[in-house]
Design a protein around this ligand. Structure first.
Ligand code: T4K
Length: 375
């Protein structure tokens, strides 16, 4: 019988930058008293982030949700948008906040991203864009999605909240689509406590996004349209600058944990996990496993609750599906029979704890408890 963990282990724990490094920046903020509104750290952070990520233009935000809401406004998206039900609610909420109708399309069974084969039949005369999600940081089938978007004249906004630092053959995943958004929430691989960003490919769009996140101000006396207040403040930007110095180390540790889980869970009947795909540099934001009740002999919820009894708090990201929530379930595209893969995966998933400070012996214990049903 394995003993319960002494301290609770949650699905994640934020990596914090060394305090002394952050204090150096705080002293400067205390001197200048510039706290927000495109201050020097905000500008430096955007520059260093763009360099690190290998993208041309980036605009940082107070959080990822406001980045999504603003991205839709930046491209003047209206009508209907095709999106994935297998994501965090913020993806679809951003459409709701823009008075756009979400049209849910099923996910593909390999990496659970929007299924390009199902997109075309969901297009109507009102469709203006596609909003796919690089869920768990795995890149969508972007070439196929682009082909459809080009044929029908649709925009693409990628929800890349989980895909910080992900590259395909050395090229950032953020360089695809019209816009991409990132989240720097405390629970993400790269965090600025709260935070987010929009990535775009030309200066004009970057300028428009910058106006929109600052009430629509183009200058002291010109308001281009009703923008929102979605700016990142100087403390967060400074924190982000320190985090950037350590991000590679965080990703390396996450990778080692992922590999250890995979090693322990290989060939366990009824447990599936996702492998890296060729040419992709991953950033290991989550470690989802998928329980096949018949093969494993226990349901996902039984496993989830059993882990809890041992002080291990995995999370069922993303259950329930967005399409199941009261605000969205009335849509015809939300019907479970239209979304068989998403419904199945949402019933099987548990994200296991993963974060840089998670000890390998704890990964071992979690794996042992998981595998041994007598626990
Ligand atoms: N698009 C996608 C695909 C997303 O996944 C998200 C966010 C967004 C858009 C929107 O981006 P943001 O607007 O959030 O920047 C969390 C996060 O709040 C959310 O950012 C994230 N996705 C989502 C998947 O997960 P919760 O409600 O599950 O988090 P919470 O507070 O239960 O935290 C999980 C565990 O982490 C806790 O049990 C303990 C630990 N934790 C958490 C926090 C906040 C800490 O140890 N320290 C902390 O400060 O939503």
């Amino acid at each position: 019988m394995i003993k319960s963990l002494e301290a609770p282990v949650y699905v994640t724990q934020p990596a914090l930058p060394p305090l002394d490094e952050f204090t150096e920046y705080l002293k400067q903020i205390w001197d200048t008293k510039i706290l927000t509104n495109n201050g020097p750290f905000h500008q430096q952070f955007e520059k260093e982030l763009a360099d690190y990520l290998g993208v041309k233009y980036i605009s940082v935000f107070a959080n990822g949700t406001l980045a999504l809401v603003t991205a839709l406004q930046a491209l003047r998206i209206t009508g209907e948008v095709i999106t994935s039900p297998f994501s965090f609610v913020a993806t679809t909420h951003s459409l709701w906040w823009n008075n756009i109708k979400p049209v849910f399309v099923d996910i593909e069974p390999e990496y659970f991203t929007l299924d390009p084969e199902k997109i075309e039949s969901a297009i109507t005369p009102q469709t203006t864009a596609i909003m796919p999600v690089h869920v768990y940081g795995n890149p969508c089938k972007m070439d196929e999605i682009k082909k459809i978007a080009d044929t029908y004249g649709l925009k693409i906004i990628y929800d890349a909240a989980h895909a910080f630092g992900v590259t395909i053959k050395g090229n950032s995943v953020l360089n695809f689509g019209d816009l991409s958004i990132l989240s720097f929430h405390a629970t993400k691989t790269f965090n600025t406590i709260e935070g987010g960003a929009i990535i775009c490919h030309d200066e004009k769009t970057k300028r428009r996004i910058d106006f929109l996140k600052n009430f629509g101000f183009a200058d002291e006396v010109t308001v281009v349209e009703p923008g929102i207040n979605a700016k990142m403040n100087e403390l967060q930007a400074a924190y982000g600058l320190v985090q950037l110095r350590h991000i590679d180390e965080y990703i390396t540790k996450r990778k080692a944990i992922t590999e250890q889980y995979r090693h322990r869970l290989t060939d366990i009947k009824g447990i599936r996990f996702l492998n890296d795909s060729e040419g992709i540099r991953h950033s290991y934001t989550y470690f989802p496993i998928f329980i096949d009740e018949k093969e494993f002999g226990e349901s996902r919820d039984e496993v989830y609750n059993r882990l809890k009894r041992y002080n291990i708090f995995g999370r069922r990201y993303f259950y329930p599906l967005i399409s199941q929530f009261p605000s969205y379930r009335g849509q015809s595209s939300a019907k479970p029979e239209n979304l068989p893969v998403a419904n199945k995966v949402a019933e099987q998933v548990i994200c296991l704890p993963i974060f840089p400070e998670l000890k390998m012996e704890v990964v071992e214990t979690i794996s042992s408890i998981l595998i041994d049903k007598s626990n």
